[in-house]
Design a protein around this ligand. Structure first.
Ligand code: TYC
Length: 101
């Protein structure tokens, strides 16, 4: 009896992983004025007044607040620009980044 050998009709493809998103985190300090933090959040992260105020006051009360998530490059660029804006005005305002789990 002749045997039929079937060719597999599927191919294995390497799985493309979605790039991990990175959080931008606002860190509280005792010196940067609240209004300045709000201004930077609006300018660099395109937030409205209410969103920016809520993020600022959360960091103020709890020590840190997640601002937004982006691809690694964008998160690092925005965190650096926002931190530099504080530095340029003489404030110790700090934005950091970390990968999402
Ligand atoms: N704690 C600051 C103050 O009382 C305001 C502030 C909020 C600073 C959040 C930094 O990430 C920050 N003037």
């Amino acid at each position: 009896m002749p045997q039929t050998v079937l060719k597999p009709r599927t191919r294995t493809r390497p799985k493309i992983e979605r790039p991990k998103l990175h959080k931008v985190i606002l860190v509280n300090d005792d010196f940067t004025p609240r209004e300045f933090v709000v201004r930077i959040l609006k300018a660099e992260f395109r937030m409205n007044q209410e969103q920016a105020y809520n993020v600022m006051i959360t960091a103020h009360r709890r020590g840190v607040c997640v601002v937004a998530v982006y691809t690694k490059d964008v998160a690092e660029t925005k965190a650096t620009r926002a931190t530099d804006a504080g530095r340029a005005a003489g404030y110790p305002l700090l934005f950091t980044t970390e990968p999402e789990e």
